[in-house]
Design a protein around this ligand. Sequence first.
Ligand code: NAP
Length: 280
Amino acid sequence: MKILITGGNGQLGQELQHLFDERQVAYQAADVKELDITNADQVESYFAAHRPEVVYHCAAYTAVDKAEGEGQKADELVNAVGTKIIAQACAKYDALLIYVSTDYVFDGTRTSGEYLPDDPKGPRNEYGRTKLLGEQAVQKYCTKYYIVRTAWVYGQWGHNFVYTMLNLAKTHDQLTVVADQVGRPTWTRTLAEFLTYLVEHQIAYGVYQCSNDGQCSWYEFAQEILKDQPVKVLPVSSDEYPTAAFRPHYSVMHLAKETGFEFPKWQDALHKFMSQIEAK
Ligand SMILES: NC(=O)c1ccc[n+]([C@@H]2O[C@H](COP(=O)([O-])OP(=O)(O)OC[C@H]3O[C@@H](n4cnc5c(N)ncnc54)[C@H](OP(=O)(O)O)[C@@H]3O)[C@@H](O)[C@H]2O)c1
C-alpha cells in the first residue's frame, strides 16, 4: 500500500512517521512546502505522480483562537477548501482517505454523557465550523473514508498543553488552570495507533472518535502532568481565562471501542509520554 501523510510536520504527522519507521512500513510524508493542500493543481500533480492508496490527512489549520479573527481566511482555506481538494483527489485516484476532525463539531452544551458520532452537530467556533465542512466534503466525494474525531491532542512533536505546563512550572511556584472544562486528552501515539488499526483491520468505513479513556478537567490534567514538580496547581473558572473562541464546558466523545481497539487510560498514556520525553 502506498501511504501518504499530509501535514507531515505537525504533531500527528510526525507521530505517524515515527510509528511507520518503527514498523518498517514505507510512506511519503509531505507538508505545505511539498504539498500545499489548498493548491488544487499541486495536489493533482502530486497524486498523478505518486498515486497514493492510503492518505492520512493530518494537514490542518489548528490555531483555534486566531481562526476567530486574523486567521479566519486561512482556517477556511486549509480546513474546508483544502480538505475538499484532498477528498476530490482521493476519489479520483481511488485512495482511502483518513480525515482527522474535532470534538468542536458538536455544540458542547452537554453537562454529562458522551457525544456519539451521529449526534447533531452545532459548531460554536470557526475552527469547528470549518472542520465540519471538511467532514462534509469527505462524505460528499469519497466512499472509502474514515473520519476520526479527536480532542486535547498532545505529543512529542509540537506545541501542546503538556509542554506548556512543564515550561510554566520552570518559572512559577503556582499555576492556575481552568477546572470547569471537561474532556478527554489524546496522546498522538494512541491516535496514530488507532488510525493505522482502522486501516490494517479493515474496519468498516465511517465516522469514529478517538481519545484516551477516562475524562478530566484541564485542572486535573495539569495536576497529573505536574505531580512530581515543586509547583502548586490551583483550579479557576473559565471566566478568568477568556478566549476568542468558544470552548465547551463538557466535551466527552464516545470512543470507538466496538472496533476492538483498546484505548489506554489518559493517565497511563500521559505517564508513558512523560517517560518518553524524559528519556530524550
Ligand atoms: N491539536 C489538537 O488539540 C487537535 C484537536 C482536535 C483535532 N485535531 C486535528 O488533528 C489533526 C492533527 O493535528 P495536529 O495537532 O497534528 O496539528 P498541527 O501540529 O498543527 O499540524 C498540522 C500541520 O499541517 C500543516 N499545514 C497547514 N496548512 C497546510 C497546507 N495548506 N498544506 C499542507 N499542510 C499544511 C501545518 O504546517 P504549519 O505548522 O507550517 O502551518 C502543520 O505541519 C488536524 O486535523 C487537527 O485539526 C487536533
